[in-house]
Design a protein around this ligand. Structure first.
Ligand SMILES: Nc1ncnc2c1ncn2[C@@H]1O[C@H](COP(=O)(O)OP(=O)(O)OP(=O)(O)O)[C@@H](O)[C@H]1O
Ligand SMILES: [Mg+2]
Length: 394
């Protein structure tokens, strides 16, 4: 699909979105006009080592954590000892700066961990979205969150995907009956009623998703303020949390692979859109549609929303295709794309089946180091604002 096709196929008047929470009026032109595909990107069809499918199921023998209704208090600081196995990506491909990063983490105690990354002046809320499935949204969300939390930043993950993959990766039970984001978005429950501390990472909390959310898309259609329900709940939660103690530094919202009402709620609740892009053929298809819908939300529901961060995932440095995709994305989004790319890594795909992020599962693996590096880049982007505010106060 060329740029013109992408643009023309995703106009704002697209009737597919009417009645699904998207504003129905005319919108700006597709912001990705000119976004094309690298010329003649041949698919080599080879399967790189380490890309084998890995079951996402939680092992039957794993004991669930005790549910804790403690969103506003300090969680216990459990520590996970990581195993060290060979990684799918050759160690020599790990940049030196990532290897250096491995020497400083993970901290053994969250409570005692000194924050070396800047705390944002106000809570930064990032929605991790891409309607294309399987591009690494959840993996990115939980690993960036865990890397930040391991540095001592206070992070909340909101799982708004009915699949509940982020909840699984963070070691939380999310079967029907568990208080979840469904109760917040549909039932109007306060967020603190569903937020739980992550059992494997200190300073990290999660509002889990249950399969009930699958029906929420339809239930929301007839509800009042259907697009802003998560925003209202999150705003109230953050205000109460700030009164009770130190405020959250980051909120990361893991979206489903669709552009329905749940994703709209996530767009309205956040100021920043964080898009993981898989370094694969078709990676950019659908991106213009995503950005068109971002413009719709900006125009009608949340003028603060902007694409702040793009992360290239499942990068395979041995293929020209990965490099071509990376070049293409960097050409069109030079300031949004993080310098760090995340390689394909067996350890990354194994971690969720142990109810963990790769940050705790194998902190010295290339995947963990990449996510730590990416999280550090995101955190560093808050520094100018922090410095400016400090200078203004002095
Ligand atoms: N860097 C990586 N290396 C290897 N496997 C990866 C990597 N990133 C993600 N995966 C695997 O790819 C699969 C899809 O990743 P993930 O679930 O994060 O994508 P997603 O965009 O959240 O998917 P969905 O659209 O279904 O929500 C998972 O099995 C995950 O473990
Ligand atoms: Mg996901």
């Amino acid at each position: 699909m060329n740029a013109a096709q992408m643009s023309s196929s995703t106009t704002a008047t697209d009737v597919r979105w009417s009645g699904r929470g998207w504003p129905g009026e005319a919108t700006p032109e597709c912001p990705t006009a000119g976004l094309g595909w690298p010329p003649a990107p041949a698919r080599d069809g080879t399967v790189p080592p380490g890309s084998e499918a890995v079951s996402r199921e939680t092992p039957a023998g794993r004991q669930p954590p005790e549910p804790v209704a403690a969103p506003l208090s300090e969680p216990a600081a459990p520590v996970v000892q990581a195993e060290h196995d060979a990684d799918a990506v050759p160690r020599e491909t790990v940049p030196r700066r990532l290897q250096e990063a491995s020497s400083r983490r993970p901290p053994s105690s969250g409570a005692a961990a000194a924050v070396t990354w800047p705390r944002p002046a106000a809570t930064r809320i990032l929605t991790v979205a891409n309607q294309k499935g399987g591009v690494g949204k959840t993996t990115t969300c939980v690993n960036v969150a865990a890397a930040m939390a391991a540095e001592g930043l206070r992070v909340l993950v909101i799982d708004i995907d009915p699949q509940g993959n982020a909840s699984t990766a963070l070691g939380l039970e999310h079967h029907t009956g568990v208080p979840s984001v469904y109760d917040v978005v549909v039932g109007g429950a306060p967020l603190e009623r569903v937020v739980q501390p992550c059992p494997t990472v200190p300073n990290l909390w999660c509002a889990p998703a249950t399969i009930d959310l699958a029906g929420a898309e339809l239930e929301l259609v007839s509800m009042v303020a259907r697009e802003t329900r998560l925003h209202r709940a999150l705003t109230a939660y953050l205000a109460r949390a700030a009164e009770a103690g130190p405020s959250m530094d980051y909120v990361l919202i893991d979206c489903p692979p669709s552009l329905g009402l749940l994703t709209v709620n996530a767009f309205v609740a956040a100021a920043e859109l964080f898009i993981p892009i898989q370094c694969e053929y078709y990676a950019l298809e659908g991106l213009s549609q995503l950005l068109t819908n971002v413009e719709l939300v900006r125009s009608h529901l949340n003028p603060d929303l902007r694409v702040s961060t793009i992360l290239l995932t499942m990068y395979d440095g041995r293929t020209r295709l990965s490099a071509q995709v990376a070049d293409e994305v960097r050409t069109h989004f030079p300031s949004e794309v993080l310098r760090t790319t995340v390689p394909r890594s067996v350890r990354i795909s194994e971690a969720p089946s142990h109810g963990q992020t790769v940050i705790t599962y194998d902190p010295s693996s290339s995947g963990a180091l990449s996510y730590i590096e990416a999280a550090g880049e995101i955190a560093e982007r808050a520094r100018p604002r922090v410095q400016a505010e400090q200078e203004a106060m002095s």
